[in-house]
Design a binder for this molecule. Structure first.
Ligand code: GRF
Length: 203
């Protein structure tokens, strides 16, 4: 399967996807053919370039509406022949049209154990709530933010003196493990998203 990865930043999850898909022992069944960033000059773009993967910058500020921005991304994805779209730290909310178009082939990684701690400040909210366990979730993307059927999760401890940064670092280690795994489930057709938002698992 051909994969397009959407990023906005450092791209450590992108790196884990690049490494896993290129490791013949992992049998991910997927190849990253394009990396799209809404921000120019981010570290993730450099990672893609270094790996010889096509990169495109689609700046949201260049488009009058969310729909037109999303349509520009879709054009890039379709031109590259993409089957599966991975959101790896992509910090823009996608339009309903985009989500419906890619439904079932569109996955995201979120840095909390969903359905707890949705939104853009998960680590901050986790620390404020004082929970002792956090983690990460890879899920199918739905129009409601950070909803959608859960594909894979991993838990990590929250330690007494954690800062946002130290917690984020620990959670990211888990993200880097489960994102390639979830991609493998989808690319090898072990999972299928049903109309009622349940997942059928074929083992
Ligand atoms: C990750 O923590 C991801 O869960 C969140 O944004 C962060 C992206 O990090 N959505 P990176 O760009 O993959 O390093």
């Amino acid at each position: 399967k051909k994969v397009g990865v959407l990023i906005s930043g450092s791209g450590t999850n992108l790196q884990s996807l690049i490494d896993a898909t290129r490791d013949p022992l992992q049998h991910i069944g997927a190849e990253i053919v394009i990396v799209i960033s809404n921000k120019p000059n981010v570290e993730g773009l450099k990672r893609a370039e270094k790996a010889g993967i096509k990169t495109v910058v689609v700046k949201h500020t260049d488009y009058p509406s969310r729909e037109e921005f999303d349509a520009a991304i879709t054009v890039e994805l379709l031109t590259a022949g993409v089957d599966i779209v991975c959101l790896a730290g992509f910090m823009r909310i996608l339009s309903n049209t985009f989500v419906h178009l890619w439904r079932g082939d569109l996955i995201n990684v979120h840095p909390s154990l969903l359905p707890s701690f949705k939104g853009a400040h998960a680590h901050e909210d986790v620390l404020a709530a004082g929970v002792r366990i956090s983690g990460c979730t890879v899920h199918f993307v739905e129009t409601d933010i950070d909803s959608g059927a859960i594909i894979e999760q991993a838990a990590v401890p929250v330690l007494p003196n954690d800062t946002i940064e130290s917690l984020q670092e620990r959670v990211k280690m888990a993200e880097h493990r489960i994102f390639p795994l979830a991609l493998k489930y989808l690319a090898t057709e072990r999972i299928h998203l049903n109309d009622d938002n349940s997942i059928t698992w074929n083992y």
